[in-house]
Design a protein around this ligand. Structure first.
Ligand SMILES: NC(=O)c1ccc[n+]([C@@H]2O[C@H](COP(=O)([O-])OP(=O)(O)OC[C@H]3O[C@@H](n4cnc5c(N)ncnc54)[C@H](O)[C@@H]3O)[C@@H](O)[C@H]2O)c1
Ligand SMILES: CC(C)[C@H](C(=O)O)[C@@H](O)C(=O)O
Length: 406
């Protein structure tokens, strides 16, 4: 089994090994005239969770891309598709059936589309698709969520920011994923001393939760441009004051990384004022959710941003950061590139298959170079395509020598 924080083996000693080693080949490839040069076949099991809305559309495309990129690198996948979110609610009455969680836990990696939709919006908390996603993240113990936002030169004109502001942006949001206000207790509904109805949640972080995400962020920053910005609300919130104290303490283990701190309101503003100032951002669950959506728009569209969610052991969870986009679901309008790039992250961080990952990344660049655009990233002079056609073009690029060469 593969994947997780060590960026891929299932058990980890070092906090974050950014140089994963590919899983061992299980058997030699078929004997043929080309046997001397053929790569041995490596096999992985992938759990696919298409979910709701545009989820099934983008997963179907990403699966074919993953399959082809893998086969060109001697990798064979077995896919198991399981219900999740609203689709699971309709089928089984719960948003994360036990069978889905255990299939995910047994897999080498998980690729998820998106969950949610109008149909289930008024459900009680425990019957919301979103609750299923949080249960999945908790069940897989994937506490580190990596959300890279890179402005590709081909898409500078798709950004809503001015060209000189967006050009060259390359940042990584490291979001704590299994703690904070999303999971803190007490939480719920009740009545206050005046007898008025209330809803309440708790933002809480323990030392080990902050220390482990901080170490991962420092490791990532060390391998990028050596700058880590910790985003909090330490001028107001005790949980943030403690967050800042622990991140500062962990910094002593990483003298080569330059640590800065920023309040979240300022960070939200700086992201649109001068995003190039950021290299790696580390932040809590809720601030990471919001800031990564904001960062996605710098790159042109939320339909471009992939993510990897990793734990200390066990398989990683890979998903685009966007939701189920009910407004465009079923219309073949979704941009599948965030999910395709999540498949690349699955290969790289989840399985340690860097070459296959590079094939996908290069194929995406080549497809954009050839002028294909879904509606969300369209600009004049390019060719407007739907989700399926975008997928077919990426497949062509994966199959061409370009993908191996760029
Ligand atoms: N990880 C997830 O599964 C996830 C993430 C966010 C939201 N959600 C859920 O999705 C549902 C809709 O939420 P929302 O509307 O706030 O956010 P959303 O991300 O689904 O959509 C926001 C906007 O971005 C557009 N968009 C999103 N992905 C796109 C893509 N790949 N290509 C082109 N356009 C795209 C949508 O059309 C919409 O206009 C809700 O039920 C929400 O809870 C799920
Ligand atoms: C759907 C929701 C539970 C989820 C989150 O808040 O984490 C989403 O916004 C995301 O970013 O994946």
């Amino acid at each position: 089994m593969a994947a997780s924080i060590q960026l891929h083996a299932r058990s980890i000693k070092a906090p974050f090994n950014l140089k994963p080693v590919a899983k061992q080949s299980l058997k030699p490839s078929r004997i043929s005239c080309a046997a001397a040069v053929a790569k041995p076949t490596t096999r992985y099991s992938i759990t696919l969770l298409p979910g709701d809305g545009i989820g099934p559309e983008v997963i179907s495309v990403a699966k074919t891309v993953l399959k082809l990129a893998g086969s060109l690198e001697g990798i064979e996948f077995s896919f198991q598709q399981m219900p999740m979110g609203g689709a699971a609610l309709d089928l089984t009455g719960v948003p994360l059936p036990e069978e889905t969680l255990s299939a995910a836990q047994r897999a080498d990696a998980i690729l998820l589309g998106a969950i949610g939709g109008y149909k289930w919006d008024k459900n009680e908390k425990h019957l919301k698709p979103e609750t299923g996603l949080l249960q999945l993240r908790e069940g897989l113990k994937v506490f580190a969520n990596l959300r890279p936002a890179t402005v590709l030169p081909q898409l500078v004109d798709s950004s809503t920011l001015k060209k000189d502001v967006a050009e060259g942006v390359d940042l990584m949001v490291v979001r704590e994923l299994t703690g904070g206000i999303y999971f803190g207790k007490p939480r719920g509904f009740g009545t206050n001393e005046k007898g008025e109805d209330i809803g309440f949640n708790t933002e809480v972080y323990a030392t080990h939760e902050i220390d482990r995400i901080a170490r991962i962020a420092f490791e990532i920053a060390r391998k990028r441009r050596g700058q880590l910005c910790s985003v909090d609300k330490a001028n107001v919130l005790e949980a943030s004051m403690f967050w800042r104290k622990r991140v500062t303490a962990i910094a002593s283990e990483y003298p080569d990384v330059e640590l800065s701190h920023m309040y979240v309101d300022n960070a939200a503003m700086q992201l649109v004022r001068y995003p190039k100032q950021f290299d790696t951002i580390v932040t809590n669950n809720i601030f990471g959710d919001i800031l990564s959506d904001e960062a996605s728009m710098i790159t042109g569209s939320i339909g471009m941003l992939p993510s990897a969610s990793l734990g200390e052991s066990g398989p990683g969870l890979f998903e685009p950061i966007h939701g189920s986009a009910p407004d465009i679901a079923g219309q073949d309008k979704a941009n599948p590139l965030a999910t395709i790039l999540s498949a690349a992250m699955l290969l790289k961080y989840g399985l340690g298959e860097a070459n296959a990952a590079k094939r996908i990344e290069n194929a995406v660049l080549d497809t954009l170079n050839r002028g294909f655009r879904t509606g969300d990233i369209y600009s004049a002079g390019n060719k407007l395509v739907g989700c399926k056609e975008m997928g077919e073009e990426v497949l062509k690029s994966v199959g061409s020598s370009v993908a191996a060469a760029i």
